[in-house]
Design a binder for this molecule. Structure first.
Ligand SMILES: Cc1cc2nc3c(=O)[nH]c(=O)nc-3n(C[C@H](O)[C@H](O)[C@H](O)COP(=O)(O)OP(=O)(O)OC[C@H]3O[C@@H](n4cnc5c(N)ncnc54)[C@H](O)[C@@H]3O)c2cc1C
Ligand SMILES: *[C@@H]1O[C@H](CO)[C@@H](O)[C@H](O)[C@H]1NC(C)=O
Ligand SMILES: *[C@@H]1O[C@H](CO)[C@@H](O)[C@H](O)[C@H]1NC(C)=O
Ligand SMILES: *[C@@H]1O[C@H](CO)[C@@H](O)[C@H](O)[C@H]1NC(C)=O
Ligand SMILES: *[C@@H]1O[C@H](CO)[C@@H](O)[C@H](O)[C@H]1NC(C)=O
Length: 558
């Protein structure tokens, strides 16, 4: 008798636990009824949408091929991801796909519904609704996320792309503290729009090299690097205030005085884990001109490419006095590699830039590489650093490491050897960035969740891999495994560190030791902030803080 009733009790508790362990999906008893969705739609001024994968949306919109591959076009499609493999669900067999020109279309990892928000109130209503009904939530602005964190299977999406306000002030203050010149942008504002407005206002604002990346979306939550970070610091270092809707639906103003713990976390603690950002305020600076030097360097063997990058490593401090930023992108094909170098200088003329680059390029020629297309031009900084559009609608993954200055000083040949091994191993591209050092290191005192590895880094180096829609699931898996198991470890080895770090926004979602690699010693403090502002884990993204409590889809607690 007794053991039987224990058994019944245990079973009842188990089924209750199971019921709340997972987010409600269509068909579940707790999933909102059509009448409840309709009431939400009224609350958000009729802005609730059904979301479909971009390939399906494009059939209805009759997209041209140029539109399919345009970041500027795709940000207007609620289900679209820049790397559209993040719309597909490869975790089920057969994969749930919706490919361009495909004959079948599955929903995959694309959210079910979205709120096309134009106000904080729309987000507040949606967040309260998602919390009340135990729904899977997603937050997206541009859909640029390289780790797929802005698309979530079975979710209600808080879509912030149309929070488009931009306003400048010469006297931003919080209480009695004055910060001077600043800009406040809605979390849907892309860099292209922000730069255009800043150019008109005669201001400079730290941002990245892209058109549609949202300054107030994932960018500063990752850290936000820029070619001008060596002069002005990371974008997160320049963020003064956020407006953010947290999981209980409250709209908070977050800065160094108000909710300083959340202000700490949202600057670098990883995107998508804290709440829905409505706007961000950045420091601005007077506009200035930049001189951009470019050259292409062609090598014809792995060993020659290795020698070229050992030379680059020895010259990497040549431009420190100018605090230059540099993109050094290597594109590899069988028997031929091309390094595309772009170096951005301030207070340097075009002819001075040629002289500053000459030692490296002379060494490149001496080892038999061909130096092509050297150019130097001077123009307003924000006219040069922005992009007209971003390539989009392709499939790809990436991985990265922050390579410390000590590795460059102590072991330039080791860096060359890692490049040689990457090229010999068939890497598609290795995208190097001098976007640290200088002010990024000097800002180590700023108390934010930016991983400390940014403060000791000299470069941020990414490996990428792409495939086209003809690749089979097995081939795609092979490409991902080569990245995670072969290419990223070569970058990790390059750092000379056993606890090497990676930039959380341009990284491999399969990083095995992601807590250390993405967050370092900040993780425990991030967990504490998460417990305070999102105690029920509404905002869960893969490799985000707290995601280890959930399955890979963030659907069920482990
Ligand atoms: C072409 C290109 C160029 C890039 N260049 C740079 C660069 O120069 N420097 C650099 O540092 N990075 C760069 N990145 C990486 C960029 O920082 C990340 O892709 C970033 O996550 C994009 O943020 P998003 O909001 O635009 O993208 P989304 O895909 O919309 O979102 C990214 C993440 O932020 C979250 N998020 C989005 N909106 C909000 C919001 N309103 N509130 C809270 N969370 C939100 C999402 O949940 C997701 O986790 C580049 C990316 C691309 C595609
Ligand atoms: C889809 O069709 C368009 C138009 O014919 C073509 O340009 C594009 O390359 C096709 N895409 C794929 C993945 O086959
Ligand atoms: C989202 O809202 C904006 C602003 O009102 C509007 O221009 C856009 O067409 C809407 N998008 C969709 C997919 O409904
Ligand atoms: C460029 O020169 C101006 C004028 O001398 C100076 O104010 C500014 O700080 C310099 N900028 C950098 C990045 O050195
Ligand atoms: C660079 O030079 C090569 C060889 O002279 C030429 O074919 C190529 O078009 C040039 N590229 C650019 C971007 O100018």
């Amino acid at each position: 008798m007794i053991s039987l009733s224990f058994g019944v009790l245990a079973a009842t508790q188990l089924s209750l636990a199971c019921a709340s362990r997972c987010r409600n999906q269509p068909g579940d008893a707790g999933y909102p009824t059509p009448a409840q969705w309709s009431a939400l739609n009224d609350q958000v001024d009729g802005r609730l949408l059904h979301v479909v994968p971009s390939a399906k949306a494009c059939l209805e919109l009759h997209c041209t091929e140029a539109q399919w591959t345009s970041g500027l076009f795709r940000v207007g499609i609620p289900g679209s991801m820049n790397y559209y493999n993040w719309e597909e669900d490869y975790s089920v067999t057969p994969p749930a796909l919706c490919l361009q020109n495909g004959t079948k279309c599955a929903q995959g990892r694309v959210p079910l519904l979205a709120i096309n928000a134009t106000s904080a109130a729309h987000i507040q209503a949606g967040v309260k609704f998602a919390s009340r009904h135990n729904l899977r939530a997603a937050v997206k602005s541009s859909g640029h996320d390289y780790l797929g964190r802005s698309s979530q299977k079975g979710s209600l999406l808080f879509w912030t792309q149309y929070l488009q306000d931009v306003s400048f002030t010469d006297s931003f203050s919080i209480g009695s503290k004055h910060y001077g010149s600043a800009v406040t942008v809605g979390s849907g504002v892309g860099l292209k729009k922000m730069y255009a407005a800043a150019l008109v206002a005669g201001k400079f604002v730290v941002g990245g090299t892209a058109a549609t990346v949202s300054a107030g979306g994932g960018y500063t939550q990752g850290a936000g690097h820029s070619a001008f970070a060596p002069i002005y610091g990371l974008a997160a270092d320049n963020a003064l205030q956020y407006e953010i809707v947290i999981a209980n639906g409250n709209l908070l103003t977050v800065n160094e005085y108000s909710h300083p713990d959340l202000f700490w976390a949202v600057r670098g603690g990883g995107p998508g884990s804290w709440g829905v950002i409505i706007s961000v305020t950045f420091r601005t600076y007077p506009a200035f001109d930049t001189t951009m030097h470019t050259a292409n360097v062609v090598t014809t063997s792995a060993s020659q490419t290795g020698a070229l990058f050992a030379a680059h490593a020895r010259h990497v401090f040549d431009w420190d006095a100018q605090h230059a930023g540099q993109y050094f992108y290597l594109y590899n094909s069988p028997g031929r590699s091309e390094l595309q170098l772009s170096t951005l200088f301030v207070n340097v003329t075009a002819s001075e830039s040629l002289a500053l680059m000459k030692p490296l390029l002379d060494d490149a020629r001496a080892l038999g590489a061909a130096v092509l297309n050297e150019t130097a031009l001077t123009a307003p900084a924000l006219a040069i650093v922005g992009f007209a559009d971003d390539a989009s609608g392709t499939n790809g993954v990436m991985g990265s490491r922050l390579v410390p200055a000590t590795a460059y000083r102590n072991n330039p040949d080791g860096i060359g050897a890692a490049y040689a091994a990457l090229v010999a191993g068939g890497v598609e591209a290795v995208l190097g960035h001098i976007v640290a050092g200088g002010k990024v290191s000097a800002n180590a005192h700023i108390d934010s969740a930016v991983t400390p590895k940014w403060r000791t880094a000299k470069t941020h180096i990414i490996v990428v891999a792409h495939w086209d829609d003809s690749a089979s699931p097995a081939q795609i898996e092979q490409i991902k495994q080569a990245l995670t198991s072969n290419h990223v470890p070569l970058l990790a080895h390059m750092t000379g560190e056993s606890d090497s770090g990676s930039y959380v926004n341009e990284a491999d979602v399969r990083e095995p030791n992601w807590k250390v690699t993405f967050y370092g010693r900040n993780y425990a403090r991030l967990e504490a902030v998460k417990a305070e502002y999102d105690p029920y884990d509404l905002f869960i993204v893969r490799t985000g803080v707290g995601s280890d409590r959930w399955d890979a889809d963030g659907m069920c607690r482990l």
